[in-house]
Design a protein around this ligand. Sequence first.
Ligand code: ZN
Ligand code: ZN
Length: 132
Amino acid sequence: MHTGSCLCGKVRYEYRGEIDEVSMCHCTQCQKAQGSAFAAVAPIRSADFRITQGADYLKEYRATPNKARVFCAECGSPLFSARDDLPEAKRLRLGTLDSAISPSKRYHAWVSSKAAWFDLTDEHPKFEEFAR
Ligand SMILES: [Zn+2]
Ligand SMILES: [Zn+2]
């Protein structure tokens, strides 16, 4: 089982599933939302994900109408995103994990809008827009 939390620690979650895939998303929305070059996210099953503490602190923002970006209202940590048309899945922000993972699959998405100051020098697959 995996556990995670936001920066201030008010929100905590657990995930009873494997995390085997990491998408590093370089789209401009993720750059803004993370305040960084990219977002590192993993697809997870909603049924196996549970907020164990601080659900009252969760706030969501919709940069696109059908997708909620959920974050801690106290410290601003982005926790996950969820699409209205895909309730069985979420995309977890991996920087909030407190447990270790060793994913077999890693790739870069939306490389077409990558930050000019960030060099992609690893061997992972790179997709111009959406992955696959
Ligand atoms: Zn917080
Ligand atoms: Zn993105």
